[in-house]
Design a protein around this ligand. Sequence first.
Ligand code: CTP
Length: 416
Amino acid sequence: MSDLVGKHIVLGLSGGIACYKAAELCRAMTREGATVQVVMTAAAEQFITPVTMQALSNRTVYGSHDVSGFDAREANGMPHINLSREADAIVVAPCSADFMAKLLHGRADDLLSLMCLARPIATVPLLLAPAMNREMWAHPATQRNMAQLAADGATILGVGSGFQACGETGDGRMLEPPELLDDLIAFFQPKPLAGRQVLVTAGPTFEAIDPVRGLTNRSSGKMGFAIARAAREAGAAVTLVAGPVALPTPRGVTRVDVRSAREMLDATQAHLPARGVFVATAAVADWRPAEVKTEKIKKQDDGALPQLEFVENPDILATVAATPQAVQGELYCVGFAAESHDLLAHAQAKRARKKVPLLVGNIGPDTFGQDDNALVLVDAHGSRELPRASKLALARQLVADIAARLDRPHAEGVAR
Ligand code: CTP
């Protein structure tokens, strides 16, 4: 909970019912360590009071009565200059259709629009979280304005879909505060995987025995989901093939849900990029019952135990590592090893057996279901430890490490 430490965010509110969500967003940003300065338009003050935003941000709010040039609180009387110079980013949430139109034309008849216009465009990013009725959102004027604002350097954070305050259902709702928070955190992350494609497998697989029973394992999927999130934050287009887990999909990641190892293999092959990165974090069941009973296996009166026979599941990582694009180094393959002991030795052996350039080892029983982990990265030249940290922090380090390998012209497993 410290992803925004050291960041100073100016949170602008324009008029819209989604102002109530801005209160939660403000709180969420401060919880992540940001300092937040709120600036409100007169219309925003109709929906939520400056007092609420002041209490949540712990700072005096700049509202509709604050007119640049006449502000006694500022030595130079110019909050539009001072506020925008101090900011690491300006986030307008909610950003109404009217406020967008205003920004587009460079109008500056209130403090918020004046401050946006006065921001140093090269150093202070402007992020907009639109919020409006679905017809307003779909209107060509809004879509045109949005495209132009993006071309002018603003980042449009997109909208949610669903039931709207006006009673209609469709696109145009402001994103939820946790979604906006994730987008803002991602915005500040470095982008070493920009333009790359990444496929991640995650979670356990479930191998059915009969309609009500099956074989699975204790993998929670958290490490793989964290890697998918980190890769997305790093700018990649990410597909996540997930076994049965109870985890929310990371923002901006395409998720494909599967159950069995064979389904995971099919989905992996269907979404495998020709160039990019494949990270196999899934704890794939090594075996499955040779036969899946169509009816529930019942207890026998004579106490006879059911006899299960097993067959081996396909090895997804080894299959991918043997594809032409992987062999030629167009697709960089990363394996995981969940071991219970002798981590380094097993990880080295597994790297050689699976024929991948990089294998990441972790101690399974120490990490399954936990929010933190410790990793050891094993390649042809040796190993490097990533000490215990949150899975997201480790995922970001791993993604940065992979990106650096892709950029190194003679790294093993990378096309020359
Ligand atoms: N893996 C895979 N398909 C399988 C088994 C494993 O893609 N059928 C991948 C995992 O996602 C991981 C790596 O191979 O990236 C190693 O998985 P692990 O279960 O540790 O290795 P196994 O090959 O199953 O070896 P063992 O269980 O004997 O340690």
